[in-house]
Design a protein around this ligand. Structure first.
Ligand code: PNS
Length: 165
């Protein structure tokens, strides 16, 4: 087994996702990951096969506005395979938040696939806080589309953006 005594390279964790839109649950994961790693790179998937509510530039901007004062956090976007983006960043660690057992089952499979595609990939699961365990971007989109109040689930500037949408 390799030890990391004398390690000098910064430990970069990539937190990938659709973030359509970013929620308070996502931001809690970013905050907690930033306490564990030298740098957290929030990587927004630019998936041309899916039509998101918000274009990728806007999703990136909303996250940047949320984390601008947080040390060790950067926001970026990527398309294609996550493992290729990891290679580009010189990163091996993927962070994912897990809300419940069904999340874990899907995340477990994704972690195994990513490790299969690139052996150095390690996925770190962070259990979401109970207060966020029922919050998802898709439910936030649905509530907002039906005129409901999403201000408890997302930062105020995100809620304002959704109201305009
Ligand atoms: O927020 P999401 O939609 O649950 O995030 C899913 C995401 C972006 C992490 C995942 O779909 C992904 O990594 N997509 C990139 C394509 C890829 O690498 N697929 C193979 C691994 S499953």
């Amino acid at each position: 087994m390799q030890r990391d005594e004398g390690r000098t390279a910064p430990r970069i964790a990539v937190y990938p996702g659709s973030f359509d839109p970013v929620t308070n649950g996502h931001l809690d994961i970013v905050w907690r990951a930033a306490a564990l790693f030298d740098e957290v790179r929030v990587a927004v998937l630019d998936n041309t096969g899916k039509t998101p509510l918000l274009p990728v530039e806007e999703r990136v901007q909303l996250i940047e506005e949320s984390v601008h004062a947080w040390p060790r956090v950067r926001v970026d976007h990527f398309s294609g395979l996550l493992v290729e983006y990891l290679s580009l960043c010189g990163a091996s660690i993927v962070v994912r938040g897990v809300r419940d057992a069904s999340d874990l089952s899907a995340e477990w499979q994704m972690a195994a696939l990513n490790r299969d595609l690139r052996q150095s990939t390690e996925t770190v699961f962070l259990p979401s806080h109970l207060e966020f365990s029922h919050v998802s971007s898709s439910r936030v989109r649905e509530i907002a589309a039906l005129g409901g109040d999403v201000s408890r689930f997302v930062p105020e500037h995100v809620a304002a953006r959704l109201r305009i949408k």
